[in-house]
Design a protein around this ligand. Structure first.
Ligand code: ADP
Length: 192
């Protein structure tokens, strides 16, 4: 299996690049942000709990997202590989993911970490907020809170995978195709 983590701060372009990567490599896309937004749209109890945290720019509890990922892995037994987007976001999530993959006798191949400056992130997210309808994108305070959560809790996830020599950094600024080219080059170099 080819299991990849697409990593980077909010607004770094993970969603856009994920769509292109799953098409090219035939992977199943698992985005915890998308899974949570679908719970919110269906007004489930989990969705209602998550929404109040997401609207403040805070992370939802580890147990919630780990449970969602665990069932997504189980419901896709035929997948050739998974592209994790927005997960893991804490060290506890990273450890849980390793254990879940071990049960399936597989592991993470690499973490692709996208690098984008903070000012570029804020301007992209505010722009997305004009059209996306996402309530966490149209308020600069909430955007800054999400970036702070990223620095406080999520950046450490890269250190976790560095211990296993699995992290490659990729430039997250430029055209969508240039960035995609950078990601594919790294993936292809591990496939030979
Ligand atoms: P972004 O575009 O900011 O990277 P996502 O769409 O991935 O955001 O997620 C939106 C929100 O959903 C996050 O700000 C957070 O509140 C919640 N969320 C998504 N994934 C996770 C996760 N793995 N752990 C905790 N909270 C998460």
């Amino acid at each position: 299996m080819l299991n990849l983590i697409l990593f980077g701060p909010p607004g770094s372009g993970k969603g856009t690049q994920s769509e292109k990567l799953i098409a090219k490599y035939g992977l199943k896309h698992l985005s915890t942000g998308d899974l949570l937004r679908s719970e919110i749209a269906q007004k489930t109890p989990l969705g209602l709990e998550a929404k109040s945290l997401m609207d403040k720019g805070q992370l939802v509890p580890d147990a919630v997202v780990i449970g969602m990922i665990s069932s997504a892995l189980e419901t896709n037994p035929e997948a050739k590989g998974f592209l994790f987007d927005g997960f893991p976001r804490t060290s506890a999530q990273a450890e849980a993911l390793d254990k879940l993959l071990e049960l399936k006798e597989t592991s993470i191949k690499m973490m692709l970490a996208m690098v984008v400056t903070e000012e570029e992130l804020v301007s992209r997210l505010l722009k997305r907020g004009e059209t996306s309808g996402r309530s966490d994108d149209n308020n600069e305070g909430v955007i800054r809170a999400r970036i702070a959560e990223y620095h406080n809790k999520t950046a450490a996830v890269a250190d976790y995978y560095k211990k296993f020599d699995k992290v490659v950094t990729v430039k997250g600024e430029g055209t969508v195709d240039e960035i995609f080219g950078g990601l594919c080059k790294e993936i292809d170099s591990t496939l030979d």
